[in-house]
Write a protein that binds this ligand. Structure first.
Ligand code: KG4
Ligand code: ZN
Length: 329
């Protein structure tokens, strides 16, 4: 629940991590069923914690893109129903842009223009953010998202789900230079990412090369820690390096970073060092606000004030729309 002055009145998150843990990743059908179960209790609790009722609201905001179609549909249907029942306007929000706008909201001041990186379980996208609702697409991963790579590598190393936090903790005990993993596209100017080769490289170092006559390496705690640290450093070198290139290419000196991977402590240190070296300002949410949360709803106020309400027949858009520019005026 977000107030017009952008303060967060309540932040209720129903985590599904325990449901997906045994599969090592999000199972779409399980996710949508859990959404059905949780959506009404979450709305109730959010109203209660904010000490407001439906009659105090100005608008109903909901994410309709991008994401898993079933989960998006549950949210959108609930929001449409509420809008219809209360007569309040409906505002639809892009999940990725909401992660970036959360940086503006948490900073409490204007942060635009800036380069923006969203790095989560489903996305690794770079934008040139001209204004609060004016995002120019710069590039993204051509295969796995960075968070997905963390989750899959955790699985390879026998670490718990979600993999990001587990890899981060394990990496603290390891040597980031123990294995020379690939840093794809780092030496090129293109603003794109690729993490699937890195994941396979970790798999071969962890389990041995399939069909090889050599015995598989032993998975000692020290080797696991070295693999985790070397993997993490390879991902972070690329993420930080691409932000640096984007800042230079676009002539920007502000960087917004959002999404679950931005909770990674080593990543935050590396970003701070890079921004200091390039005399740029870093805007990154506190660790607990990097994964999906209520502050992301703040962009809805920006859209609402500009009159961007949605009709009740608006649909979900599960795929990422790689438009050169999303400008709403
Ligand atoms: O933004 P988010 O909560 O949900 C999506 O929209 O995907 O991001 C979740 C992702 C997961 O892949 C998770 O492993 C990763 O963020 N993550 C981390 C850390 N905490 C969460 N990755 C690296 N280090 C962390 N500390
Ligand atoms: Zn997210």
């Amino acid at each position: 629940m977000i107030r017009r002055d952008l303060s967060v009145l309540s932040n209720v998150v129903a985590s599904q991590n325990d449901l997906h843990e045994r599969f090592g990743g999000v199972v779409p059908e399980i996710a949508s069923r859990a959404h059905v179960r949780c959506i009404l209790p979450v709305i109730d609790e959010a109203l209660k914690k904010a000490s407001v009722t439906l009659s105090d609201l100005s608008a109903i905001a909901v994410v309709n893109q991008p994401g898993l179609v079933g989960s998006l549909l549950v949210g959108l249907t609930a929001a449409k129903t509420l809008a219809l029942a209360t007569g309040l306007p409906l505002v639809v929000v892009n999940h990725i842009e909401a992660h970036l706008y959360a940086c503006r909201m948490l900073a409490g001041r204007d942060v635009f223009p800036a380069v923006g990186l969203v790095v989560s379980g489903g996305h690794t996208n770079l934008y040139d953010c001209h204004g609060p609702t004016d995002f120019e697409w710069l590039g993204a991963t051509i295969d796995d998202a960075a968070g997905e790579a963390f989750d899959k590598v955790a699985q390879i190393l026998g670490l718990p789900y979600p993999g990001g936090p587990a890899v981060e903790v394990t990496a603290r005990e390891g040597n980031p230079k123990a294995f020379a993993f690939p840093r794809v596209f780092l030496k090129e100017e293109r603003l794109e990412f690729s993490f699937s080769g890195l994941k396979t490289a970790v798999l071969y170092k962890a389990n041995g090369i399939p069909g090889s006559r050599e015995a598989s390496p032993e998975k000692t705690p020290a080797r696991i820690a070295d693999l985790a640290a070397s993997f993490q450093e390879a991902v972070l070198d690329v993420l930080v390096g691409k932000c640096r290139q984007a800042l230079r290419q676009r002539g920007r000196n502000r960087l917004l970073v959002g999404g679950g991977v931005a909770a990674n402590g080593r990543f935050r240190e590396r970003l701070e060092a890079m921004c200091k070296a390039t005399k740029s300002e870093l805007f990154i949410a506190p660790r607990e606000m990097c994964t999906d949360n209520a502050a992301m709803g703040a962009i809805a106020w920006e859209l609402f004030e500009k009159g961007h309400t949605a009709p009740l027949n608006v649909d979900v858009t599960p795929g990422l729309v790689r438009k050169p520019k999303t400008k709403l005026v």
